[in-house]
Design a protein around this ligand. Sequence first.
Ligand code: SF4
Ligand code: SF4
Length: 448
Amino acid sequence: MNLFHKFPGGVHPKEGSGGKAVTAGLPIVEPHQPTRVVIPLHQNIGTPSECLVQKGDTVRVGQRIGEAVGLMGAAVHASVSGTVAACEPCIVADGTQQFCVIIDNDFQDTWVDLTPVAYPESLTAKELADIARNAGIVGMGGATFPYGMKLTMPPNVKIDTLILNGAECEPYLSADHRLMLEESEGIVKGARLIQKALEIQRVIIAIEDNKPDAIDVMAKACEGDPTFQVSSLPVRYPQGGEKQLVYALTKRVVKMGSLPLNVGVLVSNVASCLALCQAVHEGRPVIDRVVTVGGTVKEPANFRVRIGTMVEALLDNAQGLLPQTRLLILGGPMMGMSISRRDIPITKGCSGLLGLEIGVALEEEQPCIRCARCVDACPVKLAPALIDRYTRNDTLTEAEELYAMNCMECGICSWSCPSRRHLTQSIKMCKKLIRQKYDQAAQQKGAK
Ligand code: SF4
Ligand code: SF4
């Protein structure tokens, strides 16, 4: 059955040296453990976790150090054993300060006692959601949506399709690719837990066709189960976007402001699905994740990185940067964040650390020539040039009326603009200012 439908917009970005072709063939390895980890208590969309430890406490690997707060919460755990050196605000990837637990590693790797679920096959959706929340699972493709919330269905919502997102459409990244090759059974086991608890009829494993080995391995892992199928998708960025994936595989349209569950689909990144399997079958919380360290580094690798490891320490494991490096990116080159310092911790949503020779952010902006390339390429059908203009003119109401808040921050508009305008950056700022406007209005209302 041909399941593929072409979504609007999108591009096929070329990769420079050190791209997927280099790292996809490199097995996941453990880097040297860091001497210190800095673990932010806010690694999920939604409410930050509440700190459970204080300076001087001794902690073990997997110990809960942050309690999930509210429905959109996700717990946080110690990723090394050792002593809490401080609990204080630290700089994170987006340049803001966030409350972090800093742990000095004792290199003993002493774990808490892990308790696997005795009867996984009888878990209800609510129990599964609670396990995910307490194990600190979030959308590990970068969205960091709390997984417990993802598994919590509103009344009257029925999911008939689970899509396992193994598209990994961003250039350079190969963390999910390697996970599919090395942990295929765990990923399928995680999917079966969701399928059973939510009574989902079919599971589609979506993989771009530049990963034929992963397609084979995943097909083998679910062989003989007619409710599973592996779908090979053409390479097209942002194929791994939730709405693009749902359309490509089911032809169902997730409207602006709506979620896949509104059209009967649940989408999960493969890494999050594996984390769910580990939480249930091993009692293991999220204390690490696979990160592709690539581009202009001396020794590219796919590392299984302890959460809270500093960028500097990870670069040391890759033997540092090549001299031509001009840009350091956390995440992929399209959606990732350019960072100017190395004392930034790796968090649950971070799948890549890249050195690059070129990047839109480095190029000087020229005036808009109204070519509409950004409009044609936008997968959400927005008008990036106009939103950018309104943002720069500080006329946010107009930008909001053009659905700026629906921007998925995919980076395509900036990438396709011949005038090298920093459109995505501008629209991100626009969204931030609009959110601030609503927060302030809510605070004023509350104060009355
Ligand atoms: S960053 Fe936003 S506006 Fe630009 S192409 Fe992507 S979705 Fe469209
Ligand atoms: S792609 Fe660039 S130059 Fe063309 S319309 Fe958009 S902002 Fe203007």
